[in-house]
Design a protein around this ligand. Structure first.
Ligand code: ADP
Ligand code: MG
Length: 373
């Protein structure tokens, strides 16, 4: 969905009041009936695609559109002076839109608009009773939860020195973060030292686990490689889980396997060394800070976490069914093509000096876990 920033400047305070009222109504799955003076204002908002008309047997109603929700979030952030202008779209995810934005000084930042419920929503709704009594999870509600979760995790991770973007602001379904001058690892055709990069990434998985966290979607799209620095920065946190989650080990292994598979296919790099879940979370002598607990205490509630998780599971299930045919290992084994015409070879000077653990470390962990068994 295209984000239209022109409305930001041209909306009257009356229109804004009506729009906010429609938002309130849409939260409760009500439609806002047009009456008297509001009728004209609603018509104007509809023309700007901020609300849409709902035909009803009894009356004409209006509900908030994604455009309207975008507008309200952007307006909130511009009032707080965190966002001044909106630039180009730089990414479209399945569940998000990514834009370049800037503050008043012209500093480039990244705006991520969460768009849960845009696709596959019906499929999930039919299959899962993931909302308990609340039968219809609105796209607004789910998108806002995803943004709040991503915000909570990005903050805690950033505060604890993990290589993630700097969180700048959050409103409704949006977050603003620092822009990383980087390519997704997916676009990298060749690397001077795949073994070193592999080691960095596996170490990051272990660092997450030691802090009580699993990324849950640790793949070549969510790992950015610095254009100048060659350093890895991790993004995209709405599906992070705690290491005390009942399926933690499964999520952990999936993250590890994502990296192993990508390195094998893209760089023809294979290593017998990779981190194991038990050894990573139970290491003696390693300070165990529990960031999962910190996040839970930060205001992102456990119940919200569960609702979002159910949604994500439902989505994965629905997608799994759609993608079943494409899933053969053999057919994609030759998948070394890249998205860009220009193969990108990042510098690794920074990596050489950044204190990357030796690959041996994983070996130690493995033997430790065997000893413990
Ligand atoms: P999704 O949840 O849709 O996968 P992501 O958070 O993974 O969204 O972002 C999608 C894409 O947008 C990334 O692959 C990356 O190319 C770009 N991107 C996201 N955040 C940043 C950032 N902070 N700096 C630079 N590029 C980013
Ligand atoms: Mg992503």
């Amino acid at each position: 969905m295209k984000l239209d920033a022109t409305d930001l400047r041209y909306i009257s305070s009356d229109e804004f009041r009506v729009l906010t009222a429609v938002e309130m109504g849409s939260k409760n799955h009500e439609v806002w009936a047009a009456r008297g003076g509001t009728n004209k204002l609603l018509g104007q908002l509809a023309k700007r695609n901020l609300v849409s008309k709902v035909q009803n047997s009894k009356y004409d109603g209006y509900r908030l559109t994604y455009g309207g929700y975008d507008y309200l979030a952007l307006r909130a952030m511009s009032k707080r002076d965190s966002v001044y202008s909106v630039g180009n779209q730089i990414g479209v995810g399945k569940e998000s839109d990514i834009y370049a934005v800037a503050d008043a000084e012209g500093t480039q930042m990244v705006l991520k608009l969460h768009r849960l419920g845009r696709i596959s929503f019906r499929a999930i709704k039919d299959k899962r009773d993931y909302m308990g009594k609340r039968k219809s999870a609105s796209w607004m509600y789910m998108s806002r939860l995803a943004a709040q979760k991503e915000w909570a995790f990005m903050k805690v991770l950033h505060e604890h020195g993990f290589p993630v973007p700097r969180p700048i602001d959050q409103a409704r379904h949006c977050i603003v973060m620092s822009m990383i001058d980087a390519y997704p690892m997916r676009q990298i055709a060749d690397h001077p030292s795949p073994g070193r990069l592999y080691s960095i990434l596996m170490d990051l998985i272990v660092r997450f686990a030691r802090a009580g966290l699993i990324h849950g979607d640790f793949n070549e799209f969510n790992i950015l490689i610095g254009r100048e620095t060659g350093e890895a920065v991790v993004i995209d946190f709405p599906q992070m889980v705690s290491t005390s989650h009942p399926n933690a080990e499964w999520y952990f292994n999936r993250d590890v396997d994502c990296i192993r598979t990508f390195f094998r296919r893209r760089f023809r790099y294979e290593s017998a060394l990779y981190p194991r879940f038990q050894a990573s979370v139970n290491e003696e002598g390693v300070p165990q800070f529990k960031l999962d607990v910190v996040v839970a205490a930060s205001g992102f509630k456990n119940k919200d976490q569960q609702i979002l998780e159910e949604y994500m599971l439902g989505l994965a299930e629905a997608e799994g069914e759609e993608l079943e045919e494409d899933d053969s290992e053999d057919s994609s084994e030759e998948d070394v093509d890249v998205d860009d015409d220009d193969p990108i070879v990042p510098q690794t000077d920074a990596a050489e000096t950044s204190g990357i653990p030796d690959v041996e470390e994983y070996q130690d962990r493995e033997s430790q876990s065997k000893d413990a068994a």
